[in-house]
Design a protein. Structure first.
Length: 229
């Protein structure tokens, strides 16, 4: 399993390489966006770890250029103050993000989750998604929690459907709004919050502590799927 790490800080590159190699990954290091793009073009990578605060060609430009010709999964790294950049990276096609500082165990968990999700998405779209006691049947446009059928408005159903078809993926406000409502609603986060709240009231046992529809503060939402033990 090949991991490409693109980060301009030598100590972070060394730490990530040591932690990843200790867990069985083969690691390629790059200090700039240009070096990273070259490395990705010369050798097939299974996942890219990309720092957003790169000198010269920054992480956003690197992500955008990489997405023009590659579908390799990308996890971006950002400082806490970089919320706008994280949102932009996700809109450009990054698959997930981590806020610095983070532990190697947290990074490994994100890598496993992204690779698992990408593997599932490579298969044909499922006819149903089931997690916990929630079941979304796309063929019948039917949503149930346990044995109870949940009645959703058309917009609520389309919102839940889109999120369920992208499980465990951070979906930005803009992605959800433009997909479900259209481009003219791209900035209408209030409408999105209202519909998420309505969905939680209908499908969550405790809407204040959601099990399925998780908030990514200032960025968007994530549909959580519980793994079968």
């Amino acid at each position: 399993m090949n991991v490409l790490v693109i980060d301009d800080e030598p100590q972070i590159r060394r730490a990530l390489r040591a932690g990843l190699e200790r867990n069985g990954y083969e690691v390629t290091l790059a200090a700039t966006g240009e070096e990273g793009l070259d490395a990705a073009s010369l050798q097939q990578q299974d996942i890219v770890i990309l720092d957003l605060a790169l000198p010269g060609m920054d992480g956003l430009q690197t992500c955008q250029q990489l997405r023009e010709w590659s579908k390799v999964p990308i996890i971006v790294l950002s400082v806490r103050e970089g919320e706008r950049d994280k949102i932009a990276a996700l809109d450009y096609g990054a698959d997930d993000y981590l806020t610095k500082p983070f532990s190697i165990d947290e990074l490994l968990a994100r890598i496993r989750a992204v690779l698992r999700r990408i593997g599932n998405e490579a298969e044909t779209n499922p006819s149903t998604v089931t997690t916990g006691d929630l079941r979304v049947d796309f063929a019948r446009r039917r949503v149930t929690v346990g044995s109870a059928e949940i009645h959703l408005t058309p917009i609520e159903y389309e919102l839940l459907k889109y999120m369920a078809l992208h499980p465990d993926r951070v979906l930005t406000h803009r992605q959800l709004l433009t997909t479900v409502w259209g481009n003219e609603y791209a900035e209408d986060t209030h409408t999105l919050r209202v519909h998420i709240a309505n969905l939680r009231n209908k499908i969550e046992a405790d809407p204040a502590r959601p099990r399925y529809l998780h908030t990514e503060p200032r960025i968007g939402y994530r549909f959580r799927v519980e793994l079968v033990q």
